[in-house]
Design a protein around this ligand. Structure first.
Ligand code: R5P
Length: 307
């Protein structure tokens, strides 16, 4: 297996290099004087299984860079190409809305037409994303990782709350993994309007200590609105567990004044520059990715024809 990793994901690449027989693939994606992108590889990949670890999240050139690198590997005779995108950007564009783009299907087609055979990600936004993808989209779940956070930080006595309908399944999976009592998960009905988020709820009883679980924090609008309602419903101590910490803009900072004690997120997205970790605790998904690729490589070698 030849590994091509982008610098943002050095933490994951370090772990992947410890998988037996993984070779490091050196490459460069740069620009010509006229600003055209250009990729070059310094490894022979003919007949090899290749793995790219990177991101297609904005700035847009990152998407183009991954596509051009994959296309180059295919052109040079790579066998199977797996792309590890710990955070799958565009995955929230997963519903057919008249006159609007369906971003998930679009990036899926681009990845496929650039020679990519499969994508490995973490906590994909929805099951619809998998259906819209024209190639296998494998999503690893953080439920055990989050269950571990709940146990280590003594949060078993908290009420787990879903900030919208879409997060109920995630909350229940974490509750099962943390061996917390089952039972209906309090949630919010959420509607996005041009004026902002309209939240109704919480639907269900919440205690003074709450853990909100979601797939991502972007601007923080969803969580700020949920925390305001939770405060009004009597919550005093709030913890947030999200897989993808985008932390766009500054509105999310308001969470600290709403009773939020800690935000736990993973390293699927490197913390934006200028954000002080402080009460944001980052849990690494690198061991999980390593295990998935190690299992994949083992299966490949078992199915390889005997020489
Ligand atoms: C929505 O369906 C997602 O699960 C997140 O709740 C949402 O996208 C987070 O975005 P923001 O932080 O901007 O509200």
């Amino acid at each position: 297996m030849v590994l091509f990793s982008y610098p943002e994901y050095e933490n994951i690449a370090q772990q992947l290099r410890t998988i037996g027989s993984v070779q490091v693939g050196r490459f460069n994606v740069g620009r010509y004087a006229d600003q055209e992108l250009h990729a070059s590889i310094e490894a022979s990949v003919s007949g090899e299984d290749c793995v790219i670890v990177g991101t297609i999240a904005p700035p847009d050139e990152r998407l183009l860079s991954v596509l051009l690198l994959a296309e180059t590997l295919k052109k040079e005779g790579a066998d199977k190409i797996t792309v590890v995108l710990p955070y799958l950007a565009y995955s929230r564009q997963d519903k057919h809305k008249p006159g609007e783009s369906l971003g998930t299907a679009w990036v899926g087609s681009l990845l496929k037409s650039s020679g990519i055979d499969q994508v490995l990600t973490v906590d994909v936004h929805s099951e619809r994303d998998k259906q819209l993808f024209p190639i296998p989209l494998i999503s690893l779940s953080t439920e055990s990782l989050f269950a571990d956070v709940i146990q280590r930080h003594n949060l078993q006595d908290a009420t787990i709350v879903a900030p919208d309908n879409g997060a109920i399944g995630r909350c229940e999976a974490v509750k099962r993994a943390a061996r917390m009592p089952s039972g209906a998960t309090p949630y919010f009905e959420k509607k996005r309007t041009d004026q902002g988020i309209i939240h109704r709820g919480p639907v269900g009883a919440v205690g003074p200590k709450v853990v909100i679980i979601d797939d991502m924090i972007d601007t923080g609008g969803t969580l700020v609105s949920a925390c305001e309602k939770l405060r009004a419903a009597g919550a005093q101590e709030i913890y947030i567990l999200v897989t993808h910490g985008l932390f766009t803009g500054t509105s999310w900072v308001h969470l600290w004044s709403l009773g939020v004690k800690r935000i736990f997120c993973t390293d699927t997205v490197p913390l934006p520059e200028g954000i002080k970790a402080g009460n944001i605790l980052v849990v690494s998904i690198a061991p999980m990715i390593r295990k998935a690729l190690n299992d994949y490589q083992r299966d490949l070698s078992m199915s390889a024809p005997k020489k």
